[in-house]
Design a protein around this ligand. Sequence first.
Ligand code: SF4
Length: 351
Amino acid sequence: MDLRRRYFIKKSLFLSGSLLLSPFSLLAGQKKYDRWIPAYEKLELEGKLAQRIKQAYALFEHCTLCPRNCGVNRQKGEKGFCRAPLKPVIFSYHPHFGEEMSLVGGKGSGTIFFSNCNLRCIFCQNWPISHEGRGKEIRDEDLADVMVHLQKMGCHNINLVTPTHVMPNILNATRMALKKGLHLPLVYNTSGYECLEILKILEGIVDIYMPDMKYMDTDKSAKYSGGAGDYPEMAKKAILEMHRQVGELKLDRQGIAIRGLMIRHLVMPNRVAGTEKFVKWMAEALPKSTYVNIMAQYRVEYKAYDYTEIARGITVQEFLEAMNWAEKVGLTNLDPQSVALKNFYHHHRTH
Ligand code: SF4
């Protein structure tokens, strides 16, 4: 999860009442793509989106939406590791100005924070939402209205934060929103703890994948993320699949992201995140021009105080070594804000 979200969560907007909706349909009579259109719209035009929703919804009967593979029947109200009910629970939604510049643009990233989480890191800054599931349960129709509302506010994309356990609801809502005029890119903003087979359902629906790569070592992911020892393996496979589906990040003429892969990696104290291994893996497994954001904003939160190894923020030295490793292996598409921060630290150390 993006640690900068905390500020915005305090300013959360809870769902209330119905929202004004656009009355027109984008699909009427459209045959050719004479403008940029989102992936899910193309799939709808090909007549395939409804089938994908059906396929996704069927997974709720024996939930295998993520590598936890709980097998619970969420249609009957059973809950698995994520504790998510059948309907989506939303904490807040709003234009977000703390995300990457190519998502924020001038009018913000249309961010929807889903409650509950299938990974549940013990240092999560959003723990009241992710661990305790605080938020409001809504219908898929309401979720569709939220998407359209964010578009009406001028947002550049629909940024789905922690979407994995509500993926079927998201697909259903997206199709409903499409019929109400939605035409923004979908950003799948995930911890990276994903299953390959599930991601295949999303092919041709998601425009921008934004996975974290949190750890490279199984003992760390097991210790700090709810026993998920398979996180590094699953996240690596997931990222390769995401890249296969959407390729490298593409921006429009205004510098706004419209398609592609955006990887996030949070530097942790005492090299817990395995940053050196991560950048080496990235340079070998993906084109060196793949976008990556090496993030410096780790803060001690929630239960992280109980673990000495992660009970402090990162040092300037730890951030600089992370950036140096990334450059040394030849990664060329580092987030501009992280590069600016590196330059700032360098400047202040040498003056
Ligand atoms: S989405 Fe939730 S219930 Fe389903 S497998 Fe993952 S943790 Fe279990």
